[in-house]
Write a protein that binds this ligand. Structure first.
Ligand code: AMP
Ligand code: MG
Length: 487
């Protein structure tokens, strides 16, 4: 049976020193039921979707059974949460194994909501259905947008309630990630491990994510620079798509450069750099406009863990090397962002005034409370709607300037439009749509609303008729949208 499901585990994480994980006995749940399965992802992983719907696999998704060749461990990590350093670890997650795909790629298969572990602190180790569906929808939407992310393979309900402010249906999500190594894993190693243990972790991360650099003379510095590069690229993509992570703690920043941990995240509607959705982010630390800077802050914490490996004798020199590497982040972020913005405006070549052109548009969007995604969508399809932005005389001026800029490049209008269609999603997971899908599933057991939503979000650049209704904004409530950590 195991053969036929397609599990093909090779568990490398266990080769790290014991300190980095705890082996967990299964915490069985009463009545597991599969409610969502990502069939196309299953196939990519070399798994048989039909067999994943049967009891044996559902018991794996529920944490009731360790699959053959699988692991059962919780990973240790630390992290800076809202700026404060603390010990964390998988308090409600479990690594089921590292699946080797038919193409030879390695992915962590991890359960989220699978019960208590030594890292649970006061928590129950469990998760409610709503937040697990939310992670499923948003992570799959991110994938559709071409933004590196962990994926979602399945959600099962447990048949048991979780106790929050009220009783909620319990659920477990199966997450797929190229690894769960975080900046926080290095912070844990540097705070509580020996230098040998830290080095073992760094070597492991290099082998797993950056194998090309393993023979580099200064491989740990190169490793640091590579992570910087991936994060600069990732966070630029978040900004370009209006994605707000909501809880950019160092334990939620991966070494692989994938987006991880979809808690209070959401997409911005009205363009405003100060947008914050998370109810707990009262200071706005993780506001949309702060994300690039927080990326640098987190990478500085990462450097502090690695510095001891850069140079063993001369500490000052090591610090200078780290600073020099980190100073490249801003420039890399900017060039990724500028390239993305040029593409959003259909520009192929570079002109000095482009940055001004882009910033002028953003300022106008801010001033006239324009919807971020829809503005670019309408510019793409060449349609002006009757909004404050499109009716403003300053916008007319900007528009003319932009048209003149387009005319100055060699590429045709058609190729510009094509570029814009590839760079501006017609749809994003609008908050009211996500809520509606979750509510239908949780309240009425109707998963069809979510399935339809996930389907249209799988190709947000389609500009298809069925996507049209998903472009619509929510009715104005006067209340700002709020997300909750949802633990
Ligand atoms: P997060 O906000 O999801 O990044 O989680 C921060 C930390 O809290 C991690 O160590 C989690 O494992 C832990 N955690 C979150 N929810 C629970 C829970 N219900 N029970 C135990 N630990 C939890
Ligand atoms: Mg986390």
């Amino acid at each position: 049976m195991t053969q036929r499901i397609g599990w093909n585990f090779n568990n490398s994480y266990e080769s790290l020193p014991d300190k980095f994980y705890s082996i967990i006995n299964p915490n069985p749940v009463e009545a597991p039921k599969l409610v969502v399965l990502n069939e196309s992802l299953a196939k990519e992983l070399g798994l048989n979707p039909d067999l994943l719907k049967e009891k044996e696999a559902v018991n794996v998704f529920a944490g009731n059974k360790v699959p053959e060749g699988g692991a059962s461990l919780a990973q240790a990590y630390a992290g800076h949460q809202f700026g404060n350093f603390t010990m964390l670890g998988d308090g409600r997650a479990l690594l089921v194994g590292e699946q080797i795909t038919p193409g030879g790629e390695r992915f962590d298969i991890q359960l989220k909501g699978s019960g208590r572990t030594p890292y649970s602190r006061g928590g129950d180790g469990r998760a409610a259905l709503g937040p697990m569906l939310r992670e499923y929808i948003i992570s799959e939407a991110m994938h559709g947008l071409g933004i590196p992310t962990t994926r979602s393979l399945a959600v099962v309900t447990t048949g048991e309630p979780v106790i929050r402010e009220e009783d909620l249906p319990g659920a477990i999500m199966t997450r797929v990630a190229s690894s769960h190594l975080r900046v926080g894993t290095f912070e844990f190693a540097s705070q509580w491990g020996s230098i040998e243990e830290l080095q073992a972790l760094a070597d492991y991360a290099i082998e797993r994510h950056y194998p090309k650099i393993k023979d580099d003379e200064f491989k740990y510095l190169t490793f640091y620079k590579e992570v910087i590069k991936r994060q600069a690229s990732l966070i630029a993509k978040w900004q370009l798509n209006g994605f707000i992570h909501g809880v950019m703690n160092t334990d939620n920043m991966t070494i692989s450069g994938e987006t991880i941990d979809y808690g209070p995240c959401a997409f911005m509607d009205t363009y405003d750099p100060e947008t914050v959705f998370s109810s707990i982010d009262v200071q706005g630390r993780y506001a949309y406009g702060n994300q690039p800077g927080i990326g640098a802050w987190n990478l500085a914490r990462f450097a502090e863990t690695l510095i001891q490996l850069f140079y063993d004798k001369d500490k000052d020199k090591a610090v200078a090397m780290a600073q020099e590497a980190l100073s490249g982040y801003g420039e890399q972020f900017n060039s990724n962002w500028m390239a993305g913005m040029r593409a959003k405006l259909g520009l192929f070549n570079e002109e000095k005034e482009d940055e001004t052109l882009i910033k002028e548009l953003l300022n106008l969007m801010h001033e006239h409370s324009a919807d971020y995604t829809n503005t670019f969508r309408l510019l793409t399809i060449g349609k002006k709607e009757n909004t404050a932005l499109f009716s403003a005389p300053e916008f007319e001026k900007w528009y003319k300037k932009w048209q003149e800029r387009l005319e100055r490049q060699e590429e045709s209008k058609e190729s510009s439009e094509e570029l814009m269609r590839k760079s501006n999603p017609a749809i994003i997971p609008r908050n009211h749509r996500v809520e509606e899908a979750i509510e239908a599933a949780v309240e009425d057991g109707d998963f069809s609303v979510m399935e339809d939503l996930v389907k249209v979000l799988s190709n947000p650049f389609a500009y298809s008729p069925e996507q049209k209704e998903y472009c619509q904004l929510p009715p104005k409530t006067g209340e700002p949208y709020r997300t909750y950590c949802g633990t």
